[in-house]
Design a protein around this ligand. Structure first.
Ligand code: NAP
Length: 227
């Protein structure tokens, strides 16, 4: 069967560290990707570098064409992005990779929303009512996302959170195509666990990438539930 015929169309918007890492992994896994950023020429250059599975589009066109939208832009820019593109985002699955953090001035990072809130819970208000939000692809730093994709002999896990069970198979397919095993942590109220400082984040209590067996034990024995 032609693999591209079974794929959901995915648009990656914002081609910095994480956008490039996700795009590269998906292409390595044989997935088509639509790339967009504020600089169309830079998107076209990246698409050329990544090969024939990548195409570059202007942002609105990319969103219109795709079913799954992955905005890889800073947490603080996302609300504006949702407002500006609200018509195109109607009915789409929006994959939130963001972490609500900023430099703390001491070489580290601090959370910029309330301790008990997740980026996803804050952003949920701003997306079109007909769009579905999923938290995924933000659990690892960009370097680990690249180095640990397609791990042998056992794959590593990418956690995801979603309320809408209809989106799950599409997200799982995307995570598999990007070289990881998917693991559902629960509804969007669990998103805090897979953001920076959460118990299932590389830069939280988890501290590393894990296999499915290790991940499942962490999932049922949370050492930290974001409280
Ligand atoms: N880096 C990581 O290891 C990592 C890991 C997990 C999650 N995340 C999350 O991923 C998101 C992106 O982080 P990053 O490290 O990849 O940031 P980054 O390297 O600074 O890249 C962000 C990109 O977004 C673009 N951008 C900003 N506003 C835009 C808009 N309105 N429309 C289109 N493109 C826009 C920027 O383009 P311009 O050049 O035009 O400004 C830039 O290329 C953040 O929410 C972050 O919390 C990052």
């Amino acid at each position: 069967m032609n693999q591209s015929a079974t794929q959901s169309k995915v648009a990656i918007i914002g081609l910095g560290h994480i956008g490039k890492a996700i795009a590269g992994n998906l292409i390595k896994g044989g997935h088509l990707v639509i790339l967009a950023s504020r600089d169309l020429e830079a998107s076209k250059a990246l698409a050329k570098e990544l090969g024939p599975l990548a195409t570059a589009k202007e942002t609105r066109e990319a969103i219109r064409e795709a079913e799954l939208i992955i905005p890889c832009i800073s947490f603080s820019a996302l609300n504006d992005f949702f407002k500006t593109n609200s018509a195109e985002l109607q009915g789409k699955i929006i994959v939130d990779v963001s972490n609500p953090i900023a430099p703390d001035g001491k070489g580290g990072f601090k959370k910029i929303i309330a301790e008990n809130e997740s980026a996803t819970s804050v952003l949920h208000e701003g997306i079109p009512k007909s769009a579905k939000l999923v938290k995924a692809f933000g659990t690892l730093g960009a370097a680990a996302l690249i180095s640990d994709a397609f791990a042998q002999p056992e794959r590593k896990v990418l956690f995801y959170a979603s309320d809408n069970t209809n989106s799950n198979s599409k997200i799982e397919h995307l995570i598999l195509s990007s070289g990881f095993d998917p693991l559902h942590v629960g509804g969007l109220d669990s998103a805090i666990r897979i953001e920076v400082f959460g118990d299932l984040h590389q830069f939280g209590a988890l501290g590393k990438t894990v296999t499915l067996t290790e991940a499942k034990s962490k999932l049922i024995n949370p050492s930290f539930a974001g409280q």
